[in-house]
Design a protein around this ligand. Structure first.
Ligand SMILES: NC(=O)c1ccc[n+]([C@@H]2O[C@H](COP(=O)([O-])OP(=O)(O)OC[C@H]3O[C@@H](n4cnc5c(N)ncnc54)[C@H](OP(=O)(O)O)[C@@H]3O)[C@@H](O)[C@H]2O)c1
Length: 253
């Protein structure tokens, strides 16, 4: 991408300490945005801030657990007091556990709902009033192919991403006349830490195989490019959904 198309923009990215969130943060900063990073692992956030600054960008970070509503509000307040009103929110923080429903991993079900569903609502709640008032804003929710199609072993994760899709569609209808855009990014398998934590249920693996898929899967930077694509359209153009997949593993839906 040429130039700095986001040079007048302030962006907040949740789950910015690794994987897709880290790549999005770097890409937005490279495109000129002043980027505020939130997640729980502050050392990793600080490393990314340093990398962005070394590259000539502007960034700060704040320890944030997206399951705690007040912490997300504080992240947005911190962004506003440091750089000004938030133009872009990327709700990226997420968890994924591969398991069979009959094995009843209830604590992980709850964690998935807390991070993937409530975390997204906490993000929306922290910015939507200001965006509507200013008639300017873009909320990007990192959903999943699992927000379009269900797979065995992914029930609660898929439910959480269908939730994100449903909220996004309705929100878009409400705010489209108030200058606010809502985009869902729906990646297939991306090479990140999420797969290191996901295999909690041996029976699911034996029955349906392990993940990620055995082909050249996506890189976090591929998802960052699709976010930039959505953010850099002319004012009258809305990119509502981006389904982005490894070339050799198309979604059969
Ligand atoms: N990788 C894939 O194949 C894939 C495919 C489709 C969609 N996605 C989605 O992409 C998003 C990012 O995942 P990833 O693949 O980049 O995995 P990742 O490297 O594990 O990143 C997950 C991020 O979420 C953050 N996070 C988790 N719980 C949090 C909490 N309670 N509060 C704040 N931050 C929290 C983590 O930060 P801390 O641990 O530092 O808090 C981390 O920065 C997720 O929403 C995921 O569902 C991933």
């Amino acid at each position: 991408m040429e130039g700095k198309p986001l040079s007048d923009q302030v962006a907040v990215v949740t789950g910015a300490s690794s994987g897709i969130g880290e790549a999005i943060s770097k890409a937005l900063a490279k495109a000129g945005a002043r980027v505020v990073l939130g997640a729980r692992r502050t050392e990793k956030l600080e490393e990314t801030v340093k990398a962005i600054e070394k590259d000539g960008g502007k960034s700060v970070c704040k320890k944030t657990d997206v399951t705690i509503r007040q912490e997300v509000k504080d992240l947005v307040k911190f962004a506003e007091s440091t750089f000004g009103p938030v133009d872009i929110l990327v709700n990226n923080a997420g968890v994924f556990y591969y398991s069979l429903m009959k094995n009843v991993h209830e604590d992980l079900w709850e964690k998935t709902v807390d991070v993937n569903c409530k975390g997204v609502l906490h993000g929306i709640g922290a910015v939507i009033g200001g965006m509507v008032e200013r008639k300017k804003g873009h909320i990007v929710n990192i959903s999943s192919e699992n927000g379009r199609k269900t797979f065995p072993g992914f029930a609660v994760y898929s439910g959480s991403k269908f939730f994100v899709e449903g909220v996004s569609r309705s929100l878009r209808q409400e705010v489209c006349k108030h200058g606010v855009k809502v985009t869902c990014i729906q990646p297939g398998d991306v090479d990140t830490e999420i797969f290191g934590l996901c295999e909690v249920d041996q029976e699911a693996i034996e029955k349906y195989g392990s993940f990620p898929q055995k082909c050249k899967i996506l890189e976090p930077v591929d998802i960052a490019s699709s976010v930039l694509y959505a953010l850099t359209q002319p004012d009258h153009v809305a990119i509502n959904e981006v389904l982005i997949h490894p070339k050799e593993a198309p979604l059969d839906y």
